[in-house]
Ligand binder design. Structure first.
Ligand SMILES: Nc1ncnc2c1ncn2[C@@H]1O[C@H](COP(=O)(O)OP(=O)(O)OP(=O)(O)O)[C@@H](O)[C@H]1O
Length: 303
């Protein structure tokens, strides 16, 4: 449904995105994950036709994102990263104006969304908090029941309760066959919500995979307790490259992929207990980043 092919956009300061390619299939919730300044919004703005790529192509269905901008802007539910609302308008006047502009009337869905996100749309936008403005933006993106959503950091500014409500809504929309591209710099959100993701770093795609495949990159640390210390030492001496550490009768072995060799190595040994600790997906992503330079820009990155 979304095709981004070898797209480069270089700003005068040398920043931008470089040879970015990925595809979002119909029915995906696709995560576009990267730290601040990675190039998420630059890519999304080109998808919405606000910016022309220097090189490469962006298509949504059969529409060219640069040439068919007005068609795309009509049917896509778009939530910008920095919402520009008309400050002197009231929330509901602003939403009504968008309805007029887009040529639709969807009052019941709009009202249900306002109810769900619990805000007073009669307040002047100027007097709204950041979170309230974000809610107006969410209603604006969702009220016309589009088949495709492009959402730039959609949970930013929402409290944890509203973030959950929003992520639940995304799940429901996917259940209704909708396609969603959402950018985020917050790993657990993508892990919980998306079925595929691209990781972008310094303007370049580091990896695109299904969440299932990303999960298969998880290292499991298995702590094995042997009958006694002597048995643990014998094992550690026999498999020095596999054993990460030993303490008394316990050893720790990191495993990625299948367990066959590990299980075979325990044959004939007296094991009294085993515990498995699985890397979080966030740690998997950090490993991927590590393989593509030091993630200095990610350290201390919090939502
Ligand atoms: N109009 C512009 N002129 C010059 N540089 C720009 C412009 N827009 C973006 N950049 C730079 O391009 C890089 C990518 O920015 P972008 O806004 O796409 O990142 P992002 O991943 O969306 O980050 P964030 O999570 O902070 O929103 C950054 O280094 C940014 O400073």
């Amino acid at each position: 449904m979304i095709f981004v092919e070898n797209v480069t956009k270089t700003f005068s300061n040398g920043k931008g995105i470089f040879d970015v390619s990925f595809t979002v299939e119909e029915g995906d919730i696709f995560g576009f994950l990267g730290p601040n300044g990675a190039g998420k919004s630059t890519t999304i703005r080109q998808l919405m036709g606000f910016m022309k790529p220097d090189n490469g192509k962006l298509f949504i269905s059969k529409y060219d994102c640069w040439k068919d901008t007005s068609t795309i802007q009509k049917f896509v539910g778009y939530l910008p990263g920095e919402i520009a609302l008309i400050e002197k308008m009231k929330g509901n006047d602003f939403l009504n104006m968008l309805e007029e502009m887009k040529g639709f009337r969807g009052t019941s869905r709009k009202d249900a969304l306002i109810d769900r996100f619990q805000f007073d749309p009669s307040v002047q936008i100027r007097k709204m908090s950041k979170g309230m403005k974000q809610k107006v933006g969410i209603v604006a993106a969702f009220m016309h029941d589009p088949s495709l959503y492009i959402l730039d950091e959609p949970t930013s500014g929402l409290d944890p309760f509203m973030q959950k409500e929003f992520l639940d809504l995304l799940g429901e929309e996917q259940g209704r066959g909708k396609t969603i591209l959402m950018s985020s710099h917050y790993f657990p959100e993508v892990e919980r919500t998306c079925n595929r993701a691209s990781i972008i770093k310094e303007g370049k795609i580091v990896r695109t995979d299904s969440m299932r495949d990303l999960r298969s990159l998880q290292t499991k640390k298995i702590e094995v307790a042997f009958k006694d210390e002597q048995e643990a030492c014998a094992y550690a001496d026999h498999y020095p490259d596999q054993v990460e550490s030993r303490s008394g009768n316990r050893i720790v072995i990191p495993i990625k992929g299948t367990y066959e060799a590990f299980i075979a190595s325990l044959q004939g040994r007296s094991v009294t207990n085993m515990e498995v600790e699985t890397q979080t997906l966030e740690e998997v992503f950090m490993d991927i980043y590590d393989q593509n330079h030091t993630p200095s820009d990610l350290k201390g990155d919090e939502q």
